[in-house]
Structure formats: structure tokens, C-alpha cells
Design a protein around this ligand. Structure first.
Ligand code: HEM
Length: 215
């Protein structure tokens, strides 16, 4: 029988392709955006992770969701260092959540009431950051010359130890979680992962629209 982590990956890999192929990321990875334009994505991450890590803190003692709460993953301090490096000390005054980010944040906050939905959003972001995010970090370091300490710290998971080992453990927790769900609830979680991909992709699409509007 296919494990839940495999089923989840198989059912949503097409959505991953759409996220990965989003034009903003192509422009970014191609070195065609200024540091300030890259910073727009970091700023949107700042709002999304404040919500995601906030819900994690709320659910830390939850018997099911709590298995997916890892304080060593929390991204806010790293994002603050990145924004200070990109925009300087006044960074807080120049960032605001976009419309797509406000939609994503509202959805994440709703997930405080549904452990399966929380897992869906947590998986979509953090497994991505721990996987393709590592490739993105190397590219960004090469393009902008950032070093550890600010700029791309969002993608650095210093307190996690071995990323492959962590991801194996994460997948085994997904599998154990899947065992507790009936078919209907498994499908519901998979649908939420698809929605999470879509909402995250819309944030990227909106960023590119904003960049093009200025150009
Ligand atoms: C340039 C952009 C991206 C690249 C090159 C990329 C690349 C990859 C690669 C190579 C993997 C597989 C790694 C492994 O099996 O260990 C992966 C996994 C993943 N990525 Fe991405 N990715 C990108 C963007 C994204 C985005 C924008 C999201 C979500 C919003 C995302 C979410 C995920 C997730 C959830 C996984 C784990 C899938 C699983 O094994 O269950 N990725 N990515």
C-alpha cells in the first residue's frame, strides 16, 4: 500500500510543477530581478510565516498537530535578518502584505481549528523550503552575493541538523498521521495541500505583476 507521504506527493506533484514554474521564480533564478525585487518575496514570506509559526505555537500541545510543531523551523528571526540586510533598518516601514498574501494568511489562520489543514500548509511550505529551497538559496547567494547572517537566512536551517534525516522523520510522521485518517479525511488533506500550493503560487504571480508594473 502507498504510504500517506507518497500518496500526498504523487497527488500534488503537478501542483508543485506549477509553483516551481511560476514566472517570478524563473526571473529570480535567472538573475533578472534587483535585490529590492527579491526582497518583495521575502517581505511576503515574513507575513505568511508569522501566521504559520503563530498557528504552530497555538497548536504546540495539540495531540495530533503538535507532532508537526518544530520550533527549530520557525522562520521569523531569519526573515527579519534578511529584510534588514536587503532594505536596511527601516524595513518594517516599507513592507505590506499583498492581496494574495492576505488571502493565504487568512487561510493559514483558519487552520488553527483543523489539524489536517494545519499539516497541509506546514508540509507545503516547510518541506519545500527544506528541499528545493536549498537549491534556491545557492542560486541567490551566487546572484546577490549574500552570506550567512542576512539576505538568504530564510533558507538556512542551522538548528535542524541533517536535512535528509529531518525530512525522513517528517515523512514518517506524515505516514503515521495518515494511518489515523479515513479515506475521506485523507482526500480532504490532499485537497488542502493543493489549495496551499495554489495560494502560494498566487503570491508569486502577484509579485511579478507588481515588478512588471514598475518596470
Ligand atoms: C525554483 C523553485 C523550486 C525548485 C527548484 C524546487 C525543487 C524541488 C525538489 C528538487 C524537490 C524534491 C526534493 C526531495 O525529494 O528531497 C522539491 C520538493 C518539494 N517542494 Fe519544491 N521546488 C521549488 C519551489 C517550490 C515551491 C514554490 C513550493 C511550495 C510553495 C515547493 C514545495 C515543495 C514540497 C512541499 C516538496 C516536498 C515534496 C515531497 O517530497 O513530498 N517547492 N522541490
Amino acid at each position: 500500500m502507498t504510504s500517506f507521504s507518497e500518496a500526498l506527493r504523487n497527488a500534488t506533484w503537478g501542483d508543485h510543477e506549477a509553483a516551481e514554474g511560476e514566472s517570478y521564480l524563473k526571473e529570480l533564478m535567472g538573475g533578472r530581478l534587483s535585490a529590492a525585487e527579491y526582497g518583495e518575496m521575502v517581505a511576503q514570506h515574513h507575513f505568511a510565516y508569522a501566521a504559520l509559526d503563530g498557528v504552530s505555537r497555538e497548536l504546540a500541545d495539540h495531540p495530533v498537530a503538535g507532532r508537526f510543531v518544530f520550533p527549530e523551523l520557525y522562520r521569523e528571526p531569519a526573515l527579519e535578518r534578511d529584510l534588514a540586510t536587503i532594505y536596511g533598518d527601516g524595513w518594517r516601514d516599507r513592507i505590506a502584505p499583498s492581496k494574495a498574501t492576505r488571502t493565504l494568511v487568512a487561510r493559514i489562520e483558519q487552520m488553527a481549528g483543523w489539524p489536517g489543514g494545519y499539516v497541509a500548509h506546514h508540509y507545503t511550505r516547510y518541506m519545500g523550503d527544506l528541499s528545493g529551497g536549498q537549491f534556491i538559496r545557492m542560486e541567490l547567494q551566487r546572484i546577490y552575493g549574500y552570506a550567512k547572517g542576512g539576505g538568504v537566512d530564510f533558507y538556512l536551517f542551522d538548528q535542524v541538523g541533517s536535512l535528509p534525516r529531518f525530512k525522513r522523520e517528517y515523512r514518517s510522521r506524515l505516514d503515521a498521521f495518515g494511518e489515523t485518517l479515513d479515506e475521506r479525511e485523507r482526500e480532504r488533506v490532499i485537497r488542502e495541500v493543493k489549495l496551499a500550493y495554489q495560494l502560494n503560487t498566487e503570491v508569486l504571480a502577484e509579485l511579478l505583476d507588481a515588478v512588471r508594473a514598475v518596470a
